[in-house]
Ligand binder design. Structure first.
Ligand SMILES: [Fe+2]
Length: 154
C-alpha cells in the first residue's frame, strides 16, 4: 500500500522530518516493485540508497541528540544499530539471489510506525525545547555543517 507523507509522521523538527520523508519514498518504491518480474535491479538501488541514507541520517540524529545532551542517546543508538544489522542481513540475502522486496518493504513499514512514530517521538519534546532554547537561527549554522558532514547528497 502506498503511503502519503503527512503531518501525522512529522516530529516538528524540520531537518529530521525532511530526512524521515525519504523512508516513505523507499516504501513506495518497494511497494511498486513487489511482485514485478524485474524487481531485482530496483531493489538493488533501494538497498544501496537506503544503506547510505540510514548511515547519514542516524549519524545526524545522534549528533543532534548529543548536542542537546539527550540522555536516551545510548539506547537510541542501540536501536539504530539493530536496524542497520537487520538491513545488512537483508542485503546479504539479496546478494545471494533471494527476492527480499516484500521483507524489506515490511521492515521499512514497521520502522516507520515503531521507530519514527514511537522511539523518535520519545526525543521530540526534549530536542524541540533544546532548539527553542538556543534559537533556530543560532543552531542553523551547526545544522547545516552537520548535514554537510554526514550526507553526501541532501
Ligand atoms: Fe531514530
Amino acid at each position: 500500500m502506498r503511503i502519503v507523507w503527512g503531518p501525522e509522521y512529522e516530529l516538528g523538527i524540520l531537518v529530521i522530518d525532511r530526512q524521515h520523508k525519504r523512508i516513505v519514498d523507499y516504501i513506495n518504491e518497494l511497494d511498486r516493485l513487489v511482485g514485478q518480474p524485474d524487481a531485482r535491479l530496483g531493489v538493488d538501488r533501494v538497498l544501496y540508497d537506503l544503506v547510505d541514507y540510514t548511515e547519514s541520517h542516524f549519524d545526524f540524529e545522534e549528533a543532534l541528540m548529543e548536542r542537546a545532551g539527550y540522555r536516551g542517546l545510548e539506547e537510541h543508538h542501540r536501536l539504530h544499530r539493530q536496524f542497520t544489522f537487520h538491513i545488512e542481513s537483508l542485503r546479504q540475502r539479496h546478494r545471494q539471489g533471494e527476492d527480499v522486496a516484500e521483507a524489506l518493504l515490511q521492515t521499512l513499514q514497521k520502522w516507520l510506525l515503531n521507530h519514527i512514530l514511537e522511539e523518535d517521538g520519545a526525543y521530540r519534546d526534549e530536542i524541540r525545547d533544546f532548539i527553542d532554547s538556543i534559537g533556530r537561527e543560532r543552531l542553523g549554522g551547526w545544522v547545516n555543517d552537520t548535514v554537510r558532514k554526514h550526507f553526501r547528497v541532501t
